[in-house]
Write a new protein. Sequence first.
Length: 203
Amino acid sequence: MNWTEVAGFVTGGLCVWLVVRRNIWNFPVGIANNIFFIVLFVQAGLYADAGLQVVYIGLGLLGWYWWLHGGDRRTKLRVRHTPKEAWIAAAVTIGVGTLFLHWLLTNHTDSTVAGWDALTTTMSLVAQVMLNRKWIGTWFVWIAADVMYIGLYAAKGLWLTSLLYAVFLGLCLAGLRQWRAELETEADEMGVVGEAAPVEVRI
């Protein structure tokens, strides 16, 4: 265990807690977390995950903007259901992205977990894009990815990071519950004024 893993643990836990609370400060905290993990993952030979953190920084900046100005008439973005087209695009992206990254890691790095590294990396990218759009389906993708990450990091001896992802898993379950509650509340409020039918539970 080193200081970058400890710093990643603290900032990572805080970031996900802020996301659950729908607090926009999750983005700057998340960017700090990405920087710590770049260093940690390079040291551990998890090159796809290290590269993922660089992409996260860009997506974090984009998500920061979208949460502030991505709603109707450039207002703050609200939690929304995930469109069917987005799920199809997510599935295709995860499939193609995993195959490409697996080939890249197998042929151009000394990664010992190329398959798992490729799959979790691609799933995390998709989940982050969905999070940026405040689509509730983001939590289902994060939950699946976090389960895999717990085992992956434990296998690499990154025990604190594995524990962090167990914490992430619990926070994701809490986030799903809270975001669903917000959707139901908004639907009820709109239904009172005749602008929407009762909420349909979807992902």
